[in-house]
Ligand binder design. Sequence first.
Ligand SMILES: C[S@@+](CC[C@H](N)C(=O)[O-])C[C@H]1O[C@@H](n2cnc3c(N)ncnc32)[C@H](O)[C@@H]1O
Length: 250
Amino acid sequence: MAQQNIYDNDKFFEAFKGLRADEINFNDLIETPILLGMMPDLKDKRVLDVGCGMGQHAKQYSDMGALSVLGTDISEKMLGFARENNSADNIEYMRLPFEDLEKLDGQFDVVTSSLAFDYAEDFCDVLKKINALLVPGGKLVFSTSHPISTAYDGVYDRYTRTEEGKRLYANLHNYNIEGLRKFRWCVDDYEVYHRRFSTLVNNIVSAGFIIEECQESNLPAEVIEKYPDKFGGLYHHPDFIFFRCGKHPA
Ligand SMILES: C[S@@+](CC[C@H](N)C(=O)[O-])C[C@H]1O[C@@H](n2cnc3c(N)ncnc32)[C@H](O)[C@@H]1O
């Protein structure tokens, strides 16, 4: 299975770190509140954060009372930042691509992942490995880029615009063709996997989960109007999609 580790590329890592450190960033303003709002009670739970990146979420789960948090990621640079900036006695960080999750020992009550599955070539296979790591009735809560947002090829503008440049419509490029998409984001050839909405749902169900909740990213109109250049696209399409899934009880 193809794997990419763009976060260990110096230029990409520095650019991503800058975006994440920006006071007004998509993660803290849009993604995290929705993800945390969908979490079950983490008190005394064993939590696995897949694609944990710089560890911001792992630290939040620890602060929310988790018994233990294991953060796994493919990128040494991201894990290095996490160990330095988001550590706690009950957090462990480990270099492990999600394609190899079957190598983990132990069971988890909650598995979570934020914006990492965009890089999974075989999403269903990763979900099956996560399902095997969960206790019966355990939960998987994750976010990923919205299929409308990954139906993009970087050649055309994401939007049809007025002559003044105002966004009129979001453009969908070959929504029905799934697979690798390349466009410019921090680097020229940024790569993600585009999947249709039905594929996300069917992969989740095939991997043995019940879908309990689905959310699409949005912001209050007053926030969008305050930062029209940054968030104006949210009127046209959601950037992220979120699922809370339950493993079937034994
Ligand atoms: C957009 S970042 C999100 C990081 C973190 N979850 C957050 O929300 O801040 C995506 C993360 O997925 C990780 N990733 C990409 N491919 C991976 C793979 N095959 N296995 C594990 N992690 C991977 C990247 O290294 C990166 O840390």
